[in-house]
Design a protein around this ligand. Structure first.
Ligand SMILES: Nc1ncnc2c1ncn2[C@@H]1O[C@H](COP(=O)(O)OP(=O)(O)OP(=O)(O)O)[C@@H](O)[C@H]1O
Ligand SMILES: [Mg+2]
Length: 608
């Protein structure tokens, strides 16, 4: 079977398997592991220094109170902290060290992250561009790219800051608990049973409010879509006098935004009072209990240690508060990494179409009882045993009603999909044995729908052969009957086309595509003629260009134009995936069968 395995489209929740996949990111980090390690060393250093701050600050504040009793902190401190100046100076030294450590941590982490992301971006795109067609049928391109870019942003944020931050906060919480337990286990227990609880409640409360304002934002976005739609299609709105209808629709959307925002305002008000009352209340409660301990003839706690305790409490409160969000962010990143690694780990075309032969391709093509259904629609058989032969330099025309399978045959020729059964042979070689890239190098297609890339006309033609010379390029444009209109643009070949450039007409686009095919100089040419009618002048120009292009090549023409059909060496009439009739124009026209009917039905002008 050449067909790729069915893709799993359902997004998996964080699972063992998912984490296993996400681990793939480590292989991207390996080249930068030394830098990363150094970054971690700075992180550990700056975190440990950060952990000493509250202690020092407390001592600084306590030292001023004069009544410092000999305390536990005496055994902890390495320098004499009785003196305000000493404490202040050592604090400055610590700040200095912290500043330097943090600087290097941020710089190194950013460096490693950006390097890793550069590699991931490239690997992901390399994978995407080599994916089999089937993959694109199953995944919407817009979704795929936006998901990828949001996944990458998520990972970027995490690698750069979240992981470091998460580690830092954990150390602060754990270290902080250890410190305060040493100062006073009693007060520590009181503290631990109040502040963290409040902090966590605050976080979830906050998240709930954010969710509310997020839905208000979404609502705002969809109301903007109404405006955008209406203004883009303003001519239609006016023509149908639908202004009031749209105003009504918008009015309702705006009312929804108001209601949602008012609701979230209500909760925000509650949130603010909660914070003021409960969280600060808890802190006041601890300060009160703590101060009591410093009183009396035999105080349990020295003022310095008390201040340090409070410093740790505030710091830990903040840390605990930030943990859930950090954790959620890391969790999201694991999901994002899993998505990306999933793409990077997929089988690409080279694995699926693994032919190695590079025979000389002269243009002999044979289809032998080819059966095919599109992978994602296995139940519908598109080709049901197609057999024909195209000899070198012959022109084979395919005709048939819309949806009969003509374009599908051209896709199979390009090996965009693997066939279910039967054989496709090029010069006697099975398509499965030929290296796909080698095969495609010998073919060119002028597709049914020409898509020009954003860029100049020149770039678009050179797409057929990036190494072609300027003369070659102009020659191709001339043969394609495109030179005249290209020259009529002020910027000639450098005229920008595509999304941000000028819009070319259907016939002009086709002629660019023909020039693209000419410059490739293929052995086998596939023309999927556009069904949309061109005016007779463009039609003549395009036809003339095609006639020139077909000389000396094997051509498979999905034909709507009589002249191509008339001159074809063989006409295949495709009906529902089988060849209903076969012969030259003259043979078929006298049969009064499918071809005759089709030609009449499709209005192909026989008298032309
Ligand atoms: N990517 C795809 N995935 C699934 N089914 C497809 C795909 N492309 C085409 N089909 C189906 O295969 C059948 C043949 O389509 P094909 O494009 O080959 O028709 P066609 O003969 O080229 O028609 P037209 O003259 O309109 O271009 C149709 O039923 C179509 O719905
Ligand atoms: Mg088609």
């Amino acid at each position: 079977m050449l067909r790729p395995k069915k893709e799993r489209t359902a997004k998996v929740k964080l699972s063992k398997e998912g984490i296993q996949k996400a681990k793939g990111i480590f292989s991207f980090m390996r080249p930068y592991r030394f830098a990363f390690l150094i970054g971690w060393i700075f992180l550990v250093l700056s975190t440990s220094v950060g952990l000493i701050f509250p202690f020092m600050m407390g001592q600084l504040l306590g030292a001023g109170s004069g009544s410092d009793v000999s305390s536990l902190s005496d055994s902890v401190k390495l320098i004499n902290l009785k003196n305000i100046d000493d404490v202040a100076i050592s604090l400055f030294v610590l700040f200095g060290a912290q500043a330097i450590f943090s600087y290097f941590r941020v710089v190194i982490f950013t460096n490693v992250t950006e390097n890793v992301l550069k590699d991931i971006r490239q690997a992901a795109f390399r994978k995407l561009i080599f994916m089999p067609m089937d993959f694109y049928n199953q995944n919407k391109v817009g979704e795929l790219t936006s998901r990828m870019s949001s996944d990458i942003t998520q990972i970027q944020e995490t690698l750069k800051t979240t992981v470091a931050e998460f580690f830092r906060q954990i150390v602060i919480v754990v270290g902080g608990i250890a410190f305060i337990l040493v100062f006073s286990w009693k007060l520590a227990l009181i503290m631990l049973s109040t502040v963290p609880v409040m902090a966590v409640i605050a976080v979830f409360f906050g998240r709930f409010i954010r969710k509310l304002s997020k839905s208000a934002q979404d609502q705002a976005a969809s109301s903007n879509a109404i405006i955008e739609e209406a203004l883009t299609g303003i001519a239609n709105v006016k023509a149908f006098t639908n202004e009031f209808f749209i105003l009504g629709k918008y009015g309702k959307a705006v009312e929804d935004i108001r209601a949602l925002n008012v609701k979230s305002g209500l909760w925000r008000g509650l949130f603010v009072s909660f914070i003021i009352f409960c969280l600060f209340g808890a802190i006041v409660f601890i300060i009160w209990r703590g101060l009591l301990m410093t009183q009396g003839p035999h105080p349990e706690l020295s003022p310095s240690d008390f201040f340090s305790f409070i410093m740790y409490t505030i710091m830990m409160g903040a840390s605990i508060g930030s943990l859930p969000d950090l954790y959620a962010s890391i969790q999201k990143s694991i999901g994002a990494t899993e998505n990306l690694m999933d793409i990077i780990g997929k089988d690409d075309e080279k694995t699926i179409f693994n032919g190695k032969a590079t025979p000389k391709i002269t243009g002999d093509v044979v289809f032998e009882n080819v059966q095919f259904s599109y992978p994602q629609r296995n139940d519908i058989s598109v080709l049901n045993g197609i057999s024909f032969e195209a000899k070198k330099n012959e022109t084979i025309a395919l005709v048939g009603s819309s949806g009969s399978g003509k374009s599908t045959i051209s896709s199979l020729l390009l090996n965009l999909y693997g066939i279910d059964s039967g054989k496709i042979l090029f010069d006697g070689f099975d398509i499965r044995e030929i290296e796909t890239e080698h095969l495609r190098k010998h073919m060119a297609i002028v597709p049914q729908e020409v898509i020009l890339f954003a860029g100049s006309i020149k770039e678009n033609i050179l797409f057929g052969n990036p190494e072609a010379t300027e003369e070659h390029l102009i020659e191709a444009a001339k043969q394609a009957n495109a030179w005249e209109f290209i020259q009529s643009f002020p910027e000639g070949l450098n005229t920008q086309v595509g999304d941000r450039g000028i819009q070319l007409s259907g016939g002009q686009k086709q002629r660019i595509a023909i020039a693209r095919a000419i410059i490739k100089d293929p052995t086998i040419l596939i023309l999927d003629e556009a069904t949309s009618a061109l005016d007779s002048e463009s039609e003549r120009l395009v036809q003339d260009a095609l006639d020139k292009l077909m000389v000396g090549r094997t051509s498979l023409v999905i034909a709507h134009r009589l002249s191509t059909i008339k001159n074809a060496d063989k006409i295949l009439v495709i009906q529902q995936g089988v060849i209903a009739e076969e012969g030259t124009h003259d043979e078929l026209i006298h049969k009064n069968g499918t071809y005759f009917n089709l030609v009449e039905l499709q209005g192909i002008d026989l008298e032309n």
